[in-house]
Design a protein around this ligand. Structure first.
Ligand SMILES: [Fe+2]
Ligand SMILES: [Fe+2]
Length: 352
């Protein structure tokens, strides 16, 4: 059984002052409940050896405890977990993760999507079903894609986790999910919602290369560019990054976070992001704060802040096809589309 590292406490579920505060963490890779070797597949045996050699030494419960305490102190309106909750995707890990998920807050205030480690082998499908309370849409159906409306934000969760051969950590969403996503994005856009897509693998090729990439990222990116979305939240690379896709009315910000449990020996410090979202005339204002664990100080630090204005498709006051770089009014808004290290992490390499 995993240790519950934070007291049970409900997160706030209503925005105040018109600002909706969305917390994002990913890749906690919770400590293994020591699975027996005879119950593991070849890929799980390899992953367990890798975990003992690398993650077991660098990903620590104290780091995660510090980070979760920081999130609770900020009292976000909703918390998103973008996968790799476990390491081997075993049934025992999935069940052991439930108290940890419950400690994050009410399932109404916490949403998750699975990562490749949560579905390391086909049998892990059963494990992900143990987490249905955190993946049930407002229509009462559990699964992916789901849509959960919270305040002004439509959270749309995708499942990119597929079992792959040993040595691979790629993902795939498939045509069915992309078709459903397009319908959801269009409906949420017409309703004037801020659209946040949750996925483990980013829809843009990362420095991890094809071995770790979303195989149908081009189809997903095309869907996002046709339908529009304000924000994509992802994990997988264990690195804080901001990238951008051009949409029909503006940019889609693609934001990745580091692992929530990366210890002092990891290539990029553990961290999480706080996105503050507010409706403004003609669109949305979004400010993001990158918060990182300072292992030497044993405390959290602000590694960077970034904000921009996103024109709204529903606002009707922006010509279709207008270039987002010309409309991003915040002083710190970067041009499209270069990746923005967030924060800069010299020499950092992505992890799966
Ligand atoms: Fe991961
Ligand atoms: Fe991953």
């Amino acid at each position: 059984m995993l240790e519950v590292v934070a007291p049970r406490q409900r997160l706030r579920t209503s925005a105040i002052s018109g600002i909706f505060r969305l917390a994002h963490l990913s890749d906690p890779h919770l400590p293994l409940p020591v699975p027996a070797l005879r119950h593991l597949t070849l890929k799980q045996v390899m992953a367990r050896a890798s975990w003992r050699r690398k993650r077991g030494r660098t990903h620590g419960g104290r780091t995660l405890e510090l980070l979760l305490g920081d999130i609770r102190g900020m009292q976000p309106d909703h918390l998103v977990v973008t996968g790799d909750i476990t390491n081997l995707g075993s049934k025992g890990e999935s069940l052991a993760a439930i108290p940890w998920l419950e400690a994050l807050g009410s399932p109404d205030a916490v949403s998750l999507v699975p990562g490749n480690h949560d579905r390391l082998v086909p049998a892990a499908d059963a494990g992900c079903r143990d987490w249905q309370r955190w993946t049930t849409g407002d229509d009462g159906r559990a699964g992916w894609p789901f849509r959960r409306d919270r305040g002004p934000v439509a959270l749309i969760g995708l499942d990119s986790a597929v079992a792959t051969p040993p040595g691979m950590a790629s993902g795939r969403v498939g045509e069915r999910q992309i078709d459903a996503l397009e319908v959801m994005l269009s409906a949420a856009g017409r309703a004037g919602m801020f659209r946040a897509v949750l996925i483990h693998h980013p829809p843009i090729l990362g420095p991890g290369g094809h071995r770790k990439a979303l195989t149908d990222r081009a189809a997903l990116a095309a869907c996002l560019q046709r339908s529009g979305a304000e924000l994509v939240l992802h994990g997988h690379h264990h690195a804080g990054r901001l990238r951008f896709l051009q949409g029909p009315h503006g940019v889609t910000t693609v934001s990745g976070v580091p692992s929530a449990s990366a210890g002092a020996g990891a290539r990029e410090a553990a961290g999480w992001h706080l996105h503050s979202i507010a409706r403004r005339p003609g669109g949305w204002w979004i400010a993001t704060e990158a918060r990182r664990v300072d292992h030497e100080a044993g405390a959290m630090r602000v590694a960077g802040r970034w904000e921009m204005f996103l024109p709204s498709a529903a606002a009707g006051d922006l010509a279709a096809g207008a270039h987002a770089a010309a409309t991003a009014s915040a002083a710190k808004a970067p041009e499209t589309p270069p990746a923005l290290p967030f924060p800069a992490a010299p020499g950092a390499q992505p992890a799966s």
